[in-house]
Ligand binder design. Structure first.
Ligand code: AHR
Length: 520
């Protein structure tokens, strides 16, 4: 062979291989089976809960605005925010903290507002807390939202008596010292609060306790948080910090399922390090990859904590309550570092959707969760600027996922293609599926890969269906955000990439997207 011809042939083979690689990486194929024979656990709606702490602009200048503000409000509660959260069927709201809970004294937050004592919010910027938003205001907010209140009570700097009296004030329906004060403050009926947190992060800001010491304290406090007639408490213990499996082991060993409805796990997705968490809006693909890798740690955390819990509680009576989760980045430049205000990009939507798929798929044990935090703090659903408010990409994820609330989880089988970055890889695809009480199947499919779409062929066993409809949440860039100037850059739109072919569901899942399919 002439040398020139040989080189040309080699070059041709090389170029063909290159283009084949390009084609292969542009679209990846997946076969999936949805098991309609075995609808399993009911996905608790409480997995879709939220968290509102006295921190930065979440309560004050978020839910609770000045009485002179012209924003439409009831008392001082913003009603545009209430309407937005009702639309996503917010099931529960956690309050007053967070770290704030363990320095909060509830009696400072009742009675005539102008006479309430002030305090310093030492955890969050040392700002003065005027206690204008207290027990009555929070419970009024929950009633407007039509959601269950989840109160985290003070163990770190509060007494057993203080907690016990708060429960009496909230839940007792007879004549007693606390109910007399409640009535004087304008509320006759008890609220019958159900979800009751016994301290927060007791391994850290809640008192720096060892698990052994906390387990004993938990039992003491929980004993005197009484179940009044018609108002049984679901008591939730402060749980582990991420992968502190010894905390879970100790709690499960020392506290019985009769004494504890749930144990709370906290895990935040921090793109870089706790010292420099990384920007919410300026990051490259490698940092996006690392963020999703850290987000996926939730799968291992819930699996391993559940395995420990299974040993002590095989009947799964105690819930794993992930009552703080979400992405935590540096604050927006120029804002108070103690206020934790961060923007929210398409990356945040990928974090939220992936985490909610994990929770759905572990809903036999994960029966409650709370994203941190609802408005203007950390991975917020809503950002406000004076009278303006915007819905973040994360809000739209909760809007799409609400179809799973109280539906039956459907088991899935598939093998995910890889999302590769340098020498590392993570699963590009995560999915959960459920069947609602009308027999409608919903699937939430997330493709984390920013460059490659995924082509899926799905067999739905034991499911009668003729139609599929979809919505997609995506954007041109993973760093895209909604701003007050362009509040609707990222929002769900109709999806036409799913169809029925024979008995199969065929889906073209775009890169960096969340797709909700409704199959009926
Ligand atoms: O959500 C912000 C803080 O993170 C909470 O106050 C605390 O519980 C956690 O460390």
């Amino acid at each position: 062979m002439q040398p020139f011809k040989f080189i040309k042939q080699i070059a041709f083979i090389f170029i063909s291989m290159l283009s084949l690689t390009t084609i292969a990486t542009a679209q990846k194929s997946v076969s999936m089976v949805v098991d309609g024979f075995h609808p399993s656990t009911v996905i608790s709606k409480h997995i879709y809960g939220h968290f509102s702490e006295h921190l930065g602009r979440c309560i004050y200048d978020g839910f609770w605005v000045s009485d002179t503000s012209t924003i439409v409000k009831k008392d001082r509660i913003r009603l545009d925010i209430v309407a937005a959260l009702k639309k996503i069927q917010i099931p529960n709201l956690r309050w007053p903290g967070g770290c704030f809970a363990d320095e909060y004294h509830w009696r400072d937050g009742i009675g005539v507002r102008s006479q309430r004592p002030k305090m310093i919010n030492t955890n969050w910027g040392n700002v003065t807390e005027d206690n204008s938003f207290g027990t009555h205001e929070f419970l009024e907010l929950c009633s407007l939202l039509n959601c269950e209140p989840y109160i985290t009570a003070n163990v770190g700097s509060g007494t057993v008596e203080e907690m016990s009296k708060w429960v009496e004030y909230l839940n007792f329906d007879g004549l007693s010292p606390m109910t007399t004060i409640r009535k004087q403050n304008g509320r006759v009926e008890p609220w019958k609060v159900k979800f009751w947190g016994v301290g927060n992060e007791s391994w850290g800001c809640g008192g720096n306790m060892t698990p052994d010491y906390y387990a004993d304290q938990y039992k003491r406090y929980a004993t005197f948080a009484k179940n009044y007639p018609g108002a049984r408490l679901n008591k939730i213990a402060a749980g582990p910090n991420g992968s502190d499996y010894n905390w879970t082991e100790t709690m499960m060993k020392k506290v019985s399922a009769n004494q504890m409805w749930g144990i709370a796990l906290h895990h935040y997705t921090v793109p870089r390090t706790w010292q420099d968490k990384g920007s919410a809006t300026a990051f490259d693909e490698a940092e996006y990859f690392t963020t999703m890798q850290k987000c996926l740690e939730m799968e291992e955390l819930v699996t391993r904590h559940s395995t420990i819990m299974d040993r002590y509680d095989p009947a799964k009576r105690v819930a794993l309550v992930v009552d703080e989760w979400g992405i935590w980045t540096n604050v927006e430049p120029g804002t108070n570092p103690g206020f934790l205000y961060q923007q929210n990009s398409l990356r945040d939507a990928m974090v939220a959707a992936t985490t909610l798929n994990i929770f759905n798929n572990h809903s036999d044990r994960v029966r409650m969760a709370n994203l941190a935090q609802t408005i203007n703090v950390l991975q917020a659903l809503i950002l406000t600027q004076g009278a303006k408010m915007l819905l973040t990409p994360t809000y739209h994820v909760f809007d799409l996922f609400k179809v799973h609330q109280e539906a039956k989880l459907l088991p899935l089988q598939f093998s995910s293609p890889d999302f590769v970055s340098g020498k590392q890889k993570i699963p590009a695809l995560n999915v959960s599926a459920s069947k609602d009480s009308n027999g409608v199947v919903h699937m939430t499919l997330v493709n984390l890969d920013p460059s490659n779409k995924i082509s899926l062929r799905t067999t739905l066993n034991a499911i009668n269906w003729t139609k599929v409809e979809g919505q997609v949440l995506s954007s041109a860039k993973i760093t895209d955000v909604n701003t007050f100037e362009k509040p609707n850059l990222i929002k769900p739109v109709a999806f036409s990439g799913a169809k029925k072919e024979g008995a199969e569901l065929v889906v073209d899942l775009p890169a960096q997207s969340l797709v909700l399919l409704t199959i009926y």
